[in-house]
Design a protein around this ligand. Structure first.
Ligand code: DX5
Ligand code: ZN
Length: 220
């Protein structure tokens, strides 16, 4: 069953409690929290105060996506803030395997985020240690971008690798998730999606109406 995480960088933060109440009525899996430093990506997104507020208002999973340089320096901060899942970009840290071990040792689900051009070769030795792979459908850092079409093939290649080695790692798409893409990738066996402006936020329907339609379409 597909899992839907909502990208809170796209949410209306002026009415956070109401926004999260409406999101949770839409039966979401959890909250995707994009953290940016203006260096790894040329943008900023959520901050510590946002995470504190969101954590206070929900028991659902907080999926922290670190788009920052040297994420190894900040893991304890996000664990203390209540992260349940942490992903980081391979080329943002010198020692990937060590950082995976560090995050796992905290009892947090660990993932790596693959930029569109990065191949599955990058993860073939570490994939057994991962709980999930966050496959970027866009170049990281901004909402509202166009999907990078060759990412579809990456999902197929990853699913083949997972099947060959009988792995449990989950695949999530982050970036430009729309209805058609969910229906297509659900058939390939993608496990989860990060919903932002492409499907959920800034529309003229309620979150529940949108998510009911998405779920009905993939459940058939
Ligand atoms: C991209 C962000 C996402 C996402 C937002 O760096 O991590 O949260 O793009 O969703 P869309 O692409 O639908 O606006
Ligand atoms: Zn993200």
């Amino acid at each position: 069953m597909a899992k839907f995480y909502v990208s809170m960088m796209c949410a209306d933060m002026t009415h956070l409690a109401d926004e999260m109440k409406n999101l949770e009525e839409a039966e979401i899996e959890g909250y995707h929290l994009d953290i940016m430093d203006g260096r790894y990506v040329p943008n900023f997104a959520l901050g510590v105060a946002d995470i504190i507020g969101i954590r206070k208002l929900t028991n659902k999973d907080l999926d922290v996506h670190l788009m920052i340089e040297n994420p190894e320096k900040h893991i304890d901060l996000f664990v203390d803030l209540g992260a349940n899942m942490i992903s980081f970009h391979l080329n943002s840290t010198r020692h990937v395997d060590r950082l995976i071990n560090t995050i796992s040792s905290k009892g947090i689900k660990v993932g790596v985020a693959l930029n569109p051009s990065e191949t599955i070769e990058e993860v073939k030795y570490i994939i057994e240690k991962l709980d999930f792979i966050l496959v970027m459908g866009v170049n990281p850092g901004f909402a509202g971008q166009q999907y990078v079409n060759y990412v579809d093939q990456k999902f197929k290649d990853l699913k083949n690798l997972i099947a060959q080695r009988n792995l449990k790692v989950e695949l999530y798409l982050d970036g430009c998730v729309n209805q058609d893409r969910v229906e297509y990738l659900d058939k390939i066996g993608v496990d989860g999606y990060v919903l932002g402006t492409s499907l959920l936020f800034g529309k003229d329907r309620t979150y529940k109406e949108i998510m009911d339609e998405v779920n009905n379409k993939i459940r058939g």
